[in-house]
Design a protein around this ligand. Structure first.
Ligand code: SF4
Ligand code: MG
Length: 367
């Protein structure tokens, strides 16, 4: 599978009373086509801000301070999709040459306009707010098609609405319903249908199921997996509930105080979370899958992002903190373990850094 998004050293800050909030700090990650990446962390860890930044939806005073987000559009497909010559030329002006990336963080307004919905669709928190209360579900999908596919005729648009509703498991006669007439799960499906309208390559879902009960959450997630298999879009799935990601994500990144502190495959994180924070997150929730784990709650609360502790930001809550933790910032290092098959797993914790092995407490305390 090929690279879709390559985010490097992204930083987001905003000015607040009594200081600068460092909401996202030096974050790098990659996403392949068709991959589901789960971003987990407590609220205030920078997950949503990271997603807003990548979709270029940040509002002032929040600003990107550094980094790049290289996005690889499916140029050939899109150019071919436009039958009118002038439209084709327009798209060619907007997009880089085939196989080349476009830096979303520095994209022009026209490029962004193209990227949104066509390539990147974003579904933000709370299904209720994402839908327009005075428009039927069907009209909302038609609206997206009307705006972004002006060349499509009326019948084709209506056929696409029917197709999308069927795709997400909503019976087509519900297109005349308003959002308040639908259950929470149906509303969520409707939003996914809108997100899928232009067949995007990447869907960003921010806490999409948080307001739903557990049974409906699972239904929606199963649906999402089925659709991904069929349509092969990539997903960035943001949630505070790590156990949900263990059901759907291919890979997982854990955020704390604006930084990614651990990455790995779903299996890596499930079998052996390494960062003490990941360990805490994984065990703070009753597990939906697999064996019951010992419940463990992380003491304290996340730090004030205007005043992040020196060294490791987690040290004020970490049961295994040692002297080095206050002095040095831990960086993400590939985890070295002999039988470890996945080479992509990384962790930012001094316990795993051979340089500090002498001082570090025994790891078995959390294993
Ligand atoms: Fe805990 Fe230190 Fe590791 Fe941070 S670096 S998670 S404080 S052991
Ligand atoms: Mg959030």
């Amino acid at each position: 599978t090929t690279l879709l998004l390559d985010v490097q050293r992204l930083g987001v800050e905003y000015a607040a009373e009594n200081g600068t909030v460092k909401a996202v700090n030096d974050v790098s990650f990659t996403l392949r086509r068709g991959e589901i990446l789960g971003l987990a962390g407590e609220s205030g860890s920078g997950k949503s801000t990271l997603a807003y930044a990548v979709a270029r939806l940040l509002r002032p005073p929040a600003a990107i301070t550094q980094g790049q987000a290289l996005y690889y559009p499916r140029v050939d497909l899109d150019v071919a999709r436009y039958t009118q010559k002038h439209k084709r030329q327009q798209v060619q002006e907007i997009l880089p040459e085939a196989g080349m990336a476009l830096d979303v963080l520095h994209a022009s307004d026209r490029q962004l306009q193209y990227l949104r919905w066509n390539e990147i669709a974003v579904v933000f928190q709370s299904a209720m707010n994402a839908l327009n209360p005075v428009m039927t579900i069907g009209d909302q999908i038609l609206d997206v098609l009307h705006t972004h596919r002006p060349g499509m005729d009326k019948q084709a648009r209506q056929a696409r609405v029917d197709e999308l509703l069927r795709l997400v498991g909503i019976s087509t006669d519900r297109q005349h319903s308003y959002s308040h007439e639908l259950s929470g799960g149906m509303r969520q499906r409707a939003i996914i249908a809108i997100a899928l309208a232009l067949n995007p390559e990447l869907i960003i879902l921010d806490e999409p199921t948080t307001a739903l009960d557990v049974v409906v959450q699972r239904e929606i997630l199963t649906e999402l997996l089925r659709l991904r298999k069929q349509l092969n879009f990539a997903v960035i799935f943001i949630t505070h509930d790590l156990s949900l990601l263990l059901e759907v994500a291919d890979s997982i990144a854990i955020m704390y105080a604006g930084r990614i502190v651990e990455t790995g495959s779903r299996r890596d994180i499930y079998r052996h979370p390494r960062h003490p924070y990941s360990y805490g997150l994984l065990n703070a929730f009753p597990s939906l899958v697999g064996p019951k784990r010992k419940m463990y709650s992380i003491p304290g609360s996340p730090p004030d992002l205007r005043n992040i502790p020196s060294g490791c930001a987690f040290r004020t809550r970490c049961p295994l903190a040692f002297s080095t933790c206050a002095q040095h910032l831990p960086v993400l290092l590939p985890y070295q373990e002999e039988e470890q098959a996945t080479v992509t797993a990384t962790v930012a914790c001094h316990l795993y850094n051979p340089a500090y092995r002498e001082q570090a407490p025994a790891l078995k305390e959390i294993e």
